[in-house]
Design a protein around this ligand. Structure first.
Ligand code: KIV
Length: 275
C-alpha cells in the first residue's frame, strides 16, 4: 500500500467519505495506527504536554518536535505524516518559517506541516506551499494563542467571531492549504465552513459535519488524565491496564516469582566449574 498523500486525502472529501485521523509521537504507536489504516497522522505540538510534560503547547521546541516526528515516520509506512510547527518556529519571519518547515521534511521525513492561524498567516502558508511543502491549516481554537485567549476557549460563538473564522477558512484555502483543522468551534459553524471549502476539514471539538476527525492519541486511550477535554471520548482506559500490569510485575519481583527458569539463560556446567 503506497503512502497516503495530499491527493488521496482530498479523495475522502471528493467521495464524501468520512475519515479518522490521530496524533502520534513515537515509533510504536505509529506502527499501531498503521495497522488500523489511519490515513493521516499528525505529530501534534500536543507532544509538549503528553510527551514532554509542559503545561501548554507553547514551550515545545523545534528540536523536540523533530525528534518525535522522525520516530513516527520510522514507525508508519502508510500514513501521511504531518508535523506540527511549534510556537515561534514560523511566526517571526518567512525565512524562519521556510527553514523550519524544510527541517521537518528533510530531517524528519514528514510529508507535510501544520501551522495555526487564519488571514494573519496566509503569506507564511503560501510561501511554504510555493517551495513545495504541503501545509495543513488550523483555525478556531488555537492552543498556541493560549495567553491571548485567556485559556482554551470555544471560538466562533459571536457573529463577528464566526465571520472571522469563516473568512480564515476561505483565505487559508486560497493560500494553498490541503486541509484545515477546525478546533473548538460550534458544530453549525463547522458545517458551514465544510460546505464552503473544497478541501477536507478535520474537526476536533467541531461536531460531526467535518469531513474528518482528529483526536489526541493519549486522550482516546485514557493515557493522559491531567484533564479530559469535552471534545474527546475515551475508547479505552489503557492507563489503568498499564498500572495494573506494572503492579503485578513489581509484586512478582519482590516475591521472587519473576524471573522464572523460562526467563533465564543457563551456563555450561564445565565453564561454570572453571570460573
Ligand atoms: O497538537 C495537536 O495535537 C493538535 C490537534 C489535536 C489538532 O493540533
Amino acid at each position: 500500500m503506497p503512502r497516503y498523500s495530499i491527493n488521496t486525502i482530498q479523495k475522502f472529501k471528493d467521495n464524501k467519505e468520512k475519515f479518522a485521523t490521530l496524533t502520534a509521537y513515537d515509533y510504536t504507536s505509529a506502527r499501531l495506527l498503521d495497522r488500523v489504516g489511519i490515513p493521516l497522522i499528525l505529530v501534534g505540538d500536543s507532544a509538549s504536554m503528553v510527551m514532554y510534560g509542559y503545561d501548554t503547547t507553547i514551550p515545545v521546541s523545534m528540536d523536540e518536535m523533530l525528534l518525535v516526528t522522525s520516530a513516527v515516520v520510522r514507525g508508519s509506512k502508510e500514513a501521511l505524516i504531518v508535523a506540527d510547527m511549534p510556537f515561534m518556529s514560523y511566526q517571526s519571519s518567512i525565512d524562519k518559517a521556510l527553514e523550519n518547515a524544510g527541517k521537518f521534511i528533510k530531517k524528519s521525513g514528514a510529508g507535510a506541516v501544520k501551522l495555526e492561524g487564519g488571514t494573519e498567516v496566509c503569506n507564511i502558508i503560501s510561501s511554504i506551499v510555493n517551495i513545495g511543502i504541503p501545509v495543513m491549516g488550523h483555525i478556531g481554537l488555537k492552543p498556541q494563542s493560549f495567553h491571548q485567549t485567556s485559556g482554551y476557549k470555544i471560538q466562533g460563538k459571536s457573529i463577528n467571531d464566526a465571520e472571522k473564522i469563516m473568512l480564515d477558512a476561505i483565505e487559508v484555502q486560497k493560500a494553498g492549504v490541503f486541509a484545515i483543522v477546525l478546533e473548538g468551534i460550534p458544530s453549525q459553524l463547522a458545517e458551514k465552513i465544510t460546505e464552503s471549502v473544497s478541501i477536507p476539514t478535520i474537526g476536533i471539538g467541531a461536531g460531526p459535519s467535518c469531513d474528518g476527525q482528529i483526536q489526541v492519541f493519549h486522550d482516546i486511550l485514557g493515557l493522559f488524565d491531567t484533564f479530559i477535554p469535552k471534545h474527546t471520548k475515551q475508547f479505552a482506559n489503557i492507563g489503568n491496564y498499564i498500572v495494573q500490569a506494572i503492579e503485578e510485575y513489581k509484586k512478582d519481583v519482590i516475591s521472587g516469582e519473576f524471573p522464572t527458569a523460562d526467563n533465564c539463560i543457563s551456563m555450561d556446567k564445565n565453564i561454570l566449574e572453571k570460573l
